[in-house]
Design a protein around this ligand. Sequence first.
Ligand SMILES: Nc1ncnc2c1ncn2[C@@H]1O[C@H](COP(=O)(O)OP(=O)(O)O)[C@@H](O)[C@H]1O
Ligand SMILES: [Mg+2]
Length: 364
Amino acid sequence: MKLRIGLLYGGRSVEHEVSISSARSIFQALDRDRYDISLVEVDYSGHWYLREPDAFSAKESEKGMEVSLAPVPGLATLLPVADPSQPAIALDVIFPIIHGRNGEDGTLQGLLELKEIPYVGSGVLSSAAQMDKDIAKKLLAQAGLPVVPWLTFRQHELKDDQREAAENAVGVQLGYPVFVKPANSGSSVGISKVKDRESLAAALGEALRHDDKLIVERGLDAREIEVAVLGDDVPEASVPGEIKPSHEFYDYQAKYLDSSTDLLIPAPLSDERSASLREMATKAFRALDAAGMARVDFLIDRVSDEIYINELNSLPGFTDASMYAQLWQATGLSMPELLDRLIDLALKRNQRRGGFQRRFASDG
Ligand SMILES: Nc1ncnc2c1ncn2[C@@H]1O[C@H](COP(=O)(O)OP(=O)(O)O)[C@@H](O)[C@H]1O
Ligand SMILES: [Mg+2]
C-alpha cells in the first residue's frame, strides 16, 4: 500500500509564492511508487483547496475543491466543505510547506498536533522558537553558541518618549551599521541594513509593519554559510554551502528573483572549519529542540574570522534554487531519498509521542 501524503502549501504570508515553488519541487521529487500525493493549497484568506496534480500550472481562478481537516483526533481526513456527500480524502502524513507566519511558526503544527496527524518537521515549540529571532538567539546563546550582539525592542518601547533612548542604545551598544529585523519574519521581508542614525527610524517603522517585536543586530561584513541538518535525536549535518549575494545583502530579490546569487557547494573552507560548522549546526538543532529538518545559517566575520549562528529555518526553501536539498545532494543524499527520510522521521516521531499516558493512574 502506498503512503498517502498531503502536501500543504501556499499560506497567508508574503512567502505564498515561494511556498508554491517549494511544493512544486517536492511534488516532482516524491517517489510515485511509494506515495499517493494530495495537493492542498492554502489561499491568502486561509481556505484550503484540494488541487489537481497539474495545479502548479493552473490559473488562479481554478481553485479546486474546498476542504477542511476532519475535527476528529487521530483521523487525518480532508472533508469537502461544500458537498459533504463527496468522498473524504484520508491521509497518513502531512508535509507542511508553508513558509513564514502560520506555516512554520508552530501554529499549523499545533493544529496538526490537536488532530494527532503525523507531519514533517519540527513541533510547536521548536517551530515557534526557530521563527522568533529574539527567542532563538537567547536559546542559542544559552547553549554556548555564538550569536551576533543584538537588542530587542517591543513596539511600545519605541513610542515617542522612549524612542530616543532606544536609538541611543543602538548607537552605543551596537554601533553602525546595524540590521533591523522583525522578530518574526522570513525571506528578508521587513529587514533593513542601516548605516547611520538618520536612517534608523524608517527601518524601525518598516520592521514594525511585520511584527510588534523587532531586533536590531550589529551588522557584520560576513560570509554567509549554511548547513542542512536532518534527523531527530541524533541529527546529521550536511557539508556547508556558501551564498554569494550580488546585492548589498541577501534580500528577497536576491533570494528568489535574481539568478545572479551564487551558491558554492561545498563552501570553500578548511576541513577543520567545515567540521566545526557541522558540529555547531547539530548543536543548534538540539538547542532549539528541532525535529526532522532545519537549515542552520552562519555568518563568518571577514574581519575577525569569528563564526556566528545567524538563524535556524525549520522549513527551509525547497525551490530549485534552494540550498537545503542541494546541500544534501552534495553530501550523498538525493532529493527523493531526503524526502523519504523526512517522511519516515515524521511517522516515527508521531508514533513515539502518540502513546503518552492521558489519564492519571493511581496505584490504589
Ligand atoms: N548581523 C548581520 N550582519 C550582516 N548581514 C546580515 C546580518 N543579519 C542579516 N544579514 C543579511 O540579511 C539577510 C537576511 O537576514 P536573516 O536574519 O537571515 O533574515 P531571514 O529570516 O529573513 O532570512 C542575511 O541572509 C544576510 O545577508
Ligand atoms: Mg535568513
